[in-house]
Design a binder for this molecule. Structure first.
Ligand SMILES: *Cc1c(COP(=O)(O)O)cnc(C)c1O
Length: 387
């Protein structure tokens, strides 16, 4: 992977530095927009702490670059999925920043986890007793978050487990619970009654347990209203510009621009066919461009026939199947000479983001974002005064 950091208008190149023209496409990540999105979410949740979720390498955008910017924007609490991700994140944020590991630690990794100051989420009674054993071994109380399953049947203690803890409170001896959390299954559909039910269940269970701050909302949950904010909110996707729900305009700033190089421009005649399987056939003369991005770069084959690239505000439909390293787009309506093999076309920009690509591919923006390829030339943009 190659990347450079651009600060304001001056470009600071960081090794390994591949010039942009050696890669198939240039992915520009606007760190100032990520900071602005953090501040917007923080401002929307005045009674709560606003954490930042940077699992899966900050949803593929690069936790090493993204996390320090989020810390500068005010984030003091970070969430990752795995212990390894937490250990890596430790190098990129201040020691005082709290890092919580959503999956908790397997027994073999628990000591690494707590000795590095990572807070595990306890998702089962087994994880509770494993942490207690470690606290006994280390001779000190250990900080942890406790997750409760309020309906998703994915992670966390069940209602029966909560009753076990109520009847056997000594199971929590040596563990200092600094957060009780759960996760919403339907937060992107605000009208869904499951949202209020999950909130109610969380409050009912939490009332039976030692008192600790509560957390329920991720990105979409923030937009369900203040009742869902509790003590701490955990946005990930919204930081990176993904729309929290499908109703109304997206309040978050776009973060990405992806410009793919044109490899070839070809003139087609009526009857000529394009791509693997020869699935698309010209019904008349067409001009097409083969561009240097394919499914290995995160543009799924399902986007064939529905997805597009953009050039100067013009839509360029994808023709035929998407290949591993390339795809073919229709440039017939761009006047000849206006577009050449020296140009790039946009696969992502401020008006056509990962949510739009996801719609064409029949998936969600999260999947498009976390699938974006590792071989793009990456440019991190930050306008210092905005951070
Ligand atoms: C991934 C995750 C988040 C962040 O979710 P977004 O929808 O990306 O904001 C928050 N909490 C938990 C438990 C998660 O797994």
């Amino acid at each position: 992977m190659s990347w450079v950091v651009a600060v304001a208008s001056s470009c600071v190149s960081v090794s390994p530095n591949w010039p942009a023209h050696r890669a198939g496409a240039v992915l520009t990540i606007d760190l100032a927009a990520i900071a602005a999105n953090y501040r917007l979410l923080d401002a929307r949740t005045p009674g709560a702490l606003c954490a930042a979720v940077v699992k899966s390498d900050a949803y593929g955008l690069g936790a090493a670059q993204v996390a320090p910017v989020l810390e500068q924007a005010g984030a003091r609490h970070f969430f990752v999925a795995h212990v390894d991700e937490g250990l890596a994140l430790r190098q990129w944020v201040s020691p005082s920043v709290q890092i919580t590991v959503l999956h908790g630690a397997r027994p073999e990794a628990a000591e690494d986890c707590v000795q590095s100051g990572l807070r595990p989420v306890l998702n089962s009674l087994e994880q509770v007793s494993q942490l207690q054993a470690l606290a006994d071994k280390l001779g000190r109380p250990l900080d942890a978050a406790l997750q409760l399953d309020t309906g998703m049947s994915r992670f966390g203690l069940s209602g029966a487990d909560v009753r076990t803890l109520v009847h056997e409170p000594e199971r929590l001896r040596g563990i200092s619970l600094s957060l009780i959390m759960s996760h919403l299954a339907c937060a992107d559909t605000p009208e869904n009654p499951a949202n209020a039910e999950q909130l109610q269940t969380l409050q009912t269970y939490a009332a039976l347990l030692p008192k600790a701050p509560l957390s329920l909302a991720a990105s979409s949950g923030i937009f369900l209203g203040q009742a869902f904010h509790q003590s701490l909110v955990r946005p990930g996707a919204a930081l990176y510009g993904i729309a929290p729900n499908t109703s109304g305009p997206n309040p978050l700033a776009p973060v990405l621009k992806l410009q793919a190089h044109i490899l070839q421009i070809r003139q087609l005649s009526k009857g000529d066919r394009v791509g693997y399987g020869l699935t698309w056939q010209a019904d008349g003369p067409r001009r097409v461009a083969t561009i240097a991005t394919g499914y290995a770069d995160g543009f799924a084959r399902q986007g064939a026939g529905k997805g597009c690239a953009w050039f100067g505000g013009q839509r360029l439909p994808i023709l035929g199947r998407i290949s591993m390293d390339s795809m073919t787009v229709d440039i017939s309506h761009i006047p000849e000479g206006l577009i050449t093999a020296d140009d790039t076309v946009d696969l992502l920009n401020a008006s056509y983001g990962v949510d739009a690509v996801a719609e064409a591919e029949g998936t969600i923006g999260y999947e498009v974002l976390t699938s974006l390829g590792r071989r793009y030339h990456r440019v991190y943009e930050k306008t210092e005064q905005n951070i």
